[in-house]
Structures are given as structure tokens and as C-alpha cells.
Design a protein around this ligand. Sequence first.
Ligand code: ATP
Ligand code: MG
Length: 603
Amino acid sequence: MNSMDSTPTNFLKTIVENDLKTNKYDGRVHTRFPPEPNGYLHIGHAKAICIDFGIAEQYGGLCNLRFDDTNPTKENPEYIKAIQEDIHWLGFDWGDRLYYASDYFDKMYEYAVQLIKEGKAYVCNLNEQEIREYRGTVKQPGKESPYRNRSIEENLDLFERMRKGEFEDGAYVLRAKIDMASPNMKMRDPLIYRIRHAHHHRTGDKWCIYPMYDFAHCLEDSIERITHSFCTLEFENNREIYDWFLDELRVYHPQQIEFARLNLRYTIMSKRKLLELVEGGYVKGWDDPRMPTISGLRRRGYTPESIRNFCERIGVAKSESIVDLALLEYCIREDLNKRAPRVMAVLRPLKVIIDNYPQNRVEELDAVNNPEDPSMGIRKVPFSRVLYIEQDDFREEPPKKFYRLAPGREVRLRYAYFIKCVKVVKDKNTGKVTELHCTYDPKTRGGDSPDGRKVKATLHWVSAAHSVNAEVRLYDRLFTVENPLSKKDDFKNYLNPKSLEILTECKLEPSLKNASIGNRYQFERKGYFCVDPDSSDKMLVFNRTVTLRDPWAKIQKAAEEKKINKDWSAEMRNEATNFQQNSTGEKFAPTCRDAFSHSDESM
Ligand code: ATP
Ligand code: MG
């Protein structure tokens, strides 16, 4: 155990530390990350990954990667590959412990037979609708199935015939015989196996019955000799059934411990819902930079460090909360501020002609690569007679507090000269400003005036003849409301129509000519950007990772002023979310999911 570790503690770590003290699992810590391969991982999974792999790492233990592939119809090898790639990218590794729930189908079948033989499971003919009716409600106990007291022999025979494929989907199910009056609805004779004539990506056509999540998951944990089985809060009510199966089967028994899911404002965290966006063409794919998926964030320019840092900062709690996107953005800015080189790029170009600058002259000026890190050095940027600046750095009639370029006004060009606007050229028909004529003061080379006169603005610029063309994609939040899944109508009605803006006339300084895919930069005054894989020899494409504007700094400052010197991530966590009660009385976070099943577990 690494007691020197500086990462903050949380209630999960406290449990692990106590178990280590009492030698509960012979001093072992063994966790697992159990994704269902029915989609790409999202930032919520990153939180779980940081917990599962992170805790194992911190206490010298192991963490398995286990694909929870008990649902043959939803699984896809593309997801299995992508999930592994994402975990590795985040910086975690499962070594040689890559498992599949389907590896244990034989064993699970044997355990089911054992339950039948001990009178603790039965084959039931009720259909899905009837099972639901018989289950009762939170206020009313359920009714026992008329098939509950079948003989052990008959149950064994029917279960065997289910396995052999003699029956249609849904004709029978295997159920645990527990208690139809249990206050916990999950304990009212839960399903163990259902018939599903479907091809499985690993076991092929060997099986036509598949185990349900509640039966399978605890056995997977037990077989792998997991010590701490961390999962999200919606499985709280499943813990009793987790314990019941392992106790009744008298097998090795890990401990299930629940923590709160991560929910982020203005986005959604559900693979199933994200799949709808992909399939419906609302986004360009799972890795669309607007998606909250790990692959989307990666493509957008997020670093693994920033995501891990974010997961650390949000902490781990026992109650649901919703986290502000600003915190995630704060984490990536903090990281890129230190390591992304700064360059000049004009996104919406306006041509500037320096009338008194010689026609064919080119000067190479020194520019600092990152003032935060002098070791990153300096580079040369060419300056010449025709330049580009941003359209919105000029106003013909500047409003109050607009200090940038305007007719008759002088500003500084970064690393270059003071220039003064002497003439504005406009399109005759549209009245749009098409170019500016300026003069420069040769004595201000490098950006300072020898006579001590001041200017109020410094603009970035690019030399027109040397510039590199690029496409730049600007992203905004994917949804227009904080919690799209809490709405009564379709969450897709709340997609932000302006979540993507494509600029195709951008002009970059020449040092970017050979930028390669994935490279990250700060475009001075504009934000952090990275090179998108859509780039070709003909055209560089950049994604805006995040703007420079930092609302989070403001929030922090305001909090400090109010003398709230509590841990600020705790502040975020405590932001109230309203719990909702669904018909079975189960708690679930309003953003997320139906709490009934792990996955689509209809019979
Ligand atoms: P989804 O609804 O997005 O499919 P899931 O819970 O069904 O999510 P799994 O593939 O079963 O996804 O999840 C693997 C692990 O990740 C589980 O332990 C689950 O609890 C955890 N997890 C999923 N979503 C979140 C989240 N938003 N925050 C924290 N952990 C999460
Ligand atoms: Mg799921």
C-alpha cells in the first residue's frame, strides 16, 4: 500500500483500508471494471475506471477488465475494441486479465442447476406481462407464480430442455425462489435465465439461454475472486440479491459497494441514448467531438491527464449530483496552458495592408512558444505588407470599452509593430468591410514604443503570403438544457442546433504547416485547438477543444470572496439534484436511466 500517495481519500478507499487492516481478503485488493459492450465509453465510465483501476493501483492490487457480455443482441466487436483503446488511453492497464462474462456460461449453468436441485429455483411459464403483474408494487406484496412449486425433477427437465433449444423465446424463464412479499422488489423471485435464440459474439450458437445480470454479475465477481465490487448507486437494491445468490451457492463472496454516478450538465450519460444520436445521424459518430464519450473528448483535444484530474476533483460520493461542464473545461485549460505551444491563427480573416511597409520585404520576428514554460523556446514568424487580423478586432464605429482597431486608432500587433488604421475599404453593394489600410511605426519593432506612448490592445495576426489555410470547427454544448433526460418529451428535442460551427477560411501562421493529427495548440486569444483526423495534405482541420474564457475562475473567485473555504469540489458535488421516485420506489438520478435493469433485459 502506498501510504505516501497524495490523492485525496474517499469512502471507498476508507473501506479498502479497513479491510486491509483486518486482513479481510488476506491483504488482497482486486477490483474489476465491467463494461457492457453495447456502446463506447463516456466520461461517466472514466470516473468508474479511475475508481476501479485507480484504487487497485493505489493499494498494490489488481483490476480486471471484464466484458459483461450476457446480452447477445446488443454486443458488437467494434465496441470491445474501442473500450480497450479508451482505457489504455486513459493510462490504465489490466495486464493479462481480460475476461468475458461469457467465459463463465458453463459454470453459471451449473450453478443454476445447483439452485434447482436445492429447491431454490424454478422454471416459470408466466409471460413478461404476467410476471410484472404478479410482482406487486412497493406498497403491495406480490403473488406467487402458479409454477413456483414444481417438483425439482420437473424443473431440472424443463431447464435442460430450455438449454437444448426446445422452446421459443419467452416461453419459459428460470427464477430464483426467494420471497414474493419482500419489501425489496428485486427479491421477488427474480429471473435467472431467459431463452434467447441469438448468436453470441463469442459463444456462437452454443447457448440459447442467457443468464440475467443479477445472477451473472455476482458469479463473475466470485469466480474472479474480486474483493471490492464497485458499482453505481442504481444497483443499491441489487446488493441484496447479489449477496443472496453467493450465500445460497456457498461460494467466495466479494463485497458490492455503490457510489454515485457522474452526471454532467448539458449532456447525457447513457450508451443507449448516445447510440440513438449516432444512429440517427445527429452527430457524426461515437467520436464526434461534441459527444461526452472518451473517444469524442480525445478527438476534441482533451488529454488523459485532464480527464483523470477531473475525476479526482469531482470526488466520490454516496449521493447523486450533477457536475458543471465548466469544471471539465477548467481541467483541460489548466493542463494545456502548461504544455500547448502558442501560435497565431486568424479564424475570420480581415485583410490589412500596411501602406508604408516595403512591397517585397519580409521580416522574421521572434515569438515566444509558451510564456508559462521558457524551455519551450521561441520561433520565427514572418511579417510582411499584407496581413490578416480577426474581423471582430476591428469596428468602424467602436462602442465604449472596445479598445481594438478602429479608424484613426493605433494598436499593437503581437511580437511586431504598432499599426494605425488610416482607411477602410468596403464592398460597394453590401457595405461590408473588405480591407483596412494601416501604417506602421518602424520604431515599435518587437511591440514597444521608444517614446513611451501606450496602446490599449494587442492583436494577433498572420502574414497573408505566408499563411496556411485551414478549416476550424467550433463546438458548443450538445444540448440546450442542463438535464435533457429529465424532460417529458424526447431528449433529442433539446439538441443544440448551434453545437457545431465550421469556419473554412481560417489563416494560420506558417509554423503550423506540418502539424500532425492530434497536435494541440493555443491559438492566441482564441482558445485551445487540436488537429482533427479529417485533415489531409490539402487542408488542415482543427477542433476547438475549449475557449480561453474561464467562467470557472470567476466562480472560484466569487466563492473565495464569499469566504467559502470549503473544498470546492465538494461544493460542486453538493449541488442539489432532485431525486425522483419511480413506480417501484427505487431511487434514480433524473438524468440517467431506468433503474430496473442493467441493460435491455426483457424476456
Ligand atoms: P450506460 O447506461 O451508459 O450504458 P452502464 O452503467 O449500463 O451505463 P456499463 O457498461 O454497465 O454501463 O458500466 C460499466 C461500469 O461503469 C459500471 O460499473 C457502471 O456502474 C459504471 N458507470 C456507468 N456510468 C457511469 C457514470 N455516469 N458514472 C460513474 N460510473 C458509471
Ligand atoms: Mg448498460
